[in-house]
Design a protein around this ligand. Structure first.
Ligand code: CP
Length: 305
């Protein structure tokens, strides 16, 4: 039985296989509309979500399967004190696969040690978000036609942004990637990402504070929200929240074929005026996410596709 807790749980070959299947599903969804008949996914969300939960549920429904779960710990026996271990042992009696989001780093990993069915990490604290990474990689492949040989800018809250950590891990395995890490000093990427991921891969990287000065060199810009829910202190959040705002003026400094991704939700870091720019991929990215999750579910529960 396989789980997906960290993006590195998948080899590059497995990742490419999932992305290829997702592309086939995107091109020809009717072919897959009944392949999971009789199967169920449980979405156990201990933290709020719009895209990830609804995307998992749409993915299973579009495969012909069914959905159970809770969207808040308050709606389940978690509110009576039930542990993650007991919760997944219970839900594993009803479902074929479980997608779990939890505010505590490592909770989905713990769940995987007790679950009778595959666990998918749908985001754990500020740690990892591997299915957002599948979404991001599928978006880059669809929009740029490749996953290697590009300069990748990541901008905003690189400290608490779990999507950033997972994407850097996954992209570090492709040829010719260089990273431009754009953040305020206080929100720099955690040191382990540099020492354990980027440096061992022998990749070029720079840590900078100015978005304007670096726009022109980027092939892809990954904007992120400052993660209010991870701050200990509201004053620090207020001081840092508008550190970067991508607007039309900054877009004039970018390459004609640069793409903009954002895991969403957006707060103030991309001006709505940018949404109509053909380089803005973030709403197409949401759509790709459903197909990435359809492919992942299919592989984890062993569908014949
Ligand atoms: N990208 C993402 O994880 O969005 P949600 O928090 O809405 O699921």
């Amino acid at each position: 039985m396989r789980h997906l807790i960290d993006p590195m749980d998948l080899s590059v070959e497995e990742l490419d296989d999932i992305l290829t299947l997702a592309e086939k599903m995107y091109e020809n969804p009717e072919k897959y509309m009944d392949v999971a008949r009789g199967k169920k996914i449980a979405t156990l969300f201990y933290e709020p979500s719009t895209r990830t939960r609804l995307s998992f549920e749409s993915a299973m429904l579009d495969l012909g399967g069914n959905v159970i779960g809770f969207s808040s710990a308050n709606d389940s026996s978690v509110s009576k004190g039930e542990s993650v271990e007991d919760t997944v042992r219970t839900v594993g009696c009803f479902a074929d696969v479980i997608a779990m989001r939890h505010p505590n780093e490592g909770a989905p990993k713990l769940a995987s040690m007790y679950s009778p069915v595959p666990i998918i990490n749908a985001g754990d604290g500020g740690h990892n978000h591997p299915t957002q990474t599948l979404t991001d990689l599928l978006t880059i492949r669809k929009e740029k036609g490749r996953l290697g040989n590009m300069t990748v800018g990541l901008c905003g809250d690189l400290k608490f942004g779990r999507t950033v950590h997972s994407l850097i891990k996954a992209m570090s395995r492709y040829e010719g990637i260089s990273f431009v890490l754009i953040s305020p000093e206080e929100l720099k990427v955690p040191e382990y990402i540099i020492s354990d991921v980027i440096k061992p891969a022998g990749l070029k990287y720079e840590e900078v504070t100015s978005l304007e000065d670096n726009m022109g060199k980027l092939d892809m810009l990954y904007m992120t929200r400052v993660q209010r829910e991870r701050f200990f202190n509201e004053a620090d959040y207020v001081r840092l929240k508008d550190s970067y705002i991508l607007d039309d003026k900054k877009m004039k400094l970018a390459k004609e074929d640069m793409i903009i991704l954002h895991p969403l939700p957006r707060v103030n870091e991309i001006s709505p005026a940018v949404d109509d720019d053909p380089r803005a991929c973030y709403f197409r990215q949401v759509k790709y996410g459903k197909f990435a999750r359809m492919a992942l579910i299919s592989r984890l529960i062993g569908l014949d596709v």
